[in-house]
Design a protein. Sequence first.
Length: 150
Amino acid sequence: MNIARPKAPPDSPPLADFKALLDPVNAIADTAPGFVWRLQDASGNATAIRIFEDGLMVNMSVWESVDLLWDFVYASDHLAVMRRRREWFERMEHFMCLWWVPTGHIPGVAEAEQRLTHLREHGPTERAFTFKRRFAPPDAAEPESKPSLT
């Protein structure tokens, strides 16, 4: 899950490039290896869905592994969009939160809020973590092998 506080209203000219990139990036995700599910509204994206009382935008997806999610985020055309995030969104200390879910489970926004709150209050743990500080799936002996962010 990642969250963002837009610098302008979602349908305003300053966010027009971001909105134009949503469908192409979502199409990359939808066909990426390891992709399972993503949060979306009737328009096919999640820009109208808000999280927490302060109305943060939320993007949430389920992947088969942290490594496959890493590959989508940092080794696909998604990276070009990530590099532009400061144009559209305010800087946030905790903008991303990862956690393991049982096979077949689709997390809801309330669950995402709880996990991010846990990360903010306790730092990375088995309950909520980041790419930089990962935890293995509950049934695994070793953490995943991708290098950490620096």
